[in-house]
Design a protein around this ligand. Structure first.
Ligand code: PRP
Ligand code: ZN
Length: 297
């Protein structure tokens, strides 16, 4: 029984580089193999499997990998497909991640009028997500023909093989390039970390817990800033309230000053210019905002 943890991520595509970056920030460095499918972890006993994102749910179920990062859209589609065939499917979500945000949307040709979801009755809808699409249409009481395609869904209407599509939209540029417009939101999605339903050996569970702590640290750091400023002692309470996501800041005396102090705080939410302007308005000066590199709660 191996005591190494295997993580599956997308080999190339929307989630690939962000997933690698996340693991890198967790301090895992890999020996990249020539076939590029399996990378050996050098700094932690955590290995990488680089595969097609659509295959990751099946790999988790089969225990080919212990954990995997994939879009919620892909995991949910796999869940529905499996449930239809063999009953309930366990694919526990360990963490929702902060990248890969997109939505699964219905899009129609720009020139086509669209008033409500009932306009989709008797239409041919092309998609790579037939189960999620069917569930949405059933909920809306719409009867349409779903055409399952594994790729290039966006060109189906111009080829005449479908009337409209259900596809992922992130920036919207694919839809624009194909003269399609979004009319309904089927689901919102982002990358998430899933666990295999197979039981994990105790030593691997320890390793997974360690990895999760680091992932939480990385996710938190993304927004976090270390803020330093000078402030009138009388405005301390107001200042603390204005610092986004800060708890009990450190207050330090300033040499030769009695009514002004230095305030240091970790802000765990985004710090915007508006926050700094508001701080200045109540007497803060010498405001510095510094990036936080690592954090362990
Ligand atoms: C999705 C979708 C579109 C594109 C939309 O593909 O199928 O092609 O992204 O992005 P945009 O709104 O920014 O133009 P994805 O990268 O998920 O590839 P996959 O379906 O092959 O995994
Ligand atoms: Zn895919």
């Amino acid at each position: 029984m191996s005591n190494r943890l295997t993580v599956a991520i997308q080999k190339s595509g929307r989630l690939a580089s962000d997933s690698l970056e996340l693991l890198d920030k967790c301090g895992i460095q890999f020996v990249q193999s020539k076939d590029k499918l399996f990378w050996f972890g050098k700094t932690l006993p955590v290995d990488l499997l680089l595969v097609r994102d659509d295959d990751i749910p099946q790999f988790l179920l089969d225990g080919v990998c212990d954990i995997g990062i994939v879009g919620e859209n892909v995991a949910d589609e796999a869940r529905l497909e499996r449930e239809a065939e063999q009953g309930p499917l366990q694919l526990p979500v360990l963490r929702r991640l902060n990248y890969g945000q997109c939505r699964l949307s219905i899009a129609v040709p720009e020139t086509q009028t669209y008033d409500s979801v009932s306009d989709l009755n008797d239409q041919r809808i092309a998609t790579s997500y037939p189960r999620l699409t069917r569930a949405f249409l059933d909920d809306a009481g719409v009867n349409a023909k779903i055409i399952k395609l594994s790729g290039s869904v966006e060109i189906a209407p111009s080829l005449g093989t479908a009337d409209c599509i259900v596809d992922l939209v992130s920036t919207g540029s694919t839809l624009r390039a194909n003269h399609l417009r979004e009319v309904e939101d089927v689901m919102d999605s982002r990358a998430a970390l899933y666990q295999s339903p197979n039981e994990l050996a105790a030593n691997k569970q320890v390793l997974l817990n360690r990895l999760l702590l680091r992932i939480d640290g990385v996710l938190q750091v993304k927004e976090s800033k270390y803020v330093m400023l000078h402030a009138p002692r009388s405005a301390l309470a107001q200042i603390t309230e204005l610092l986004p996501g800060a708890e009990s800041p450190t207050v330090l005396p300033l040499e030769g000053e009695t009514d002004r102090v230095a305030v240091h705080a970790v802000c765990t939410e985004s710090v915007f210019w508006e926050h700094l302007e508001a701080l200045k308005a109540i007497g803060a000066s010498a405001v510095l905002v510094l990036p936080v590199e690592k954090m362990l709660a």
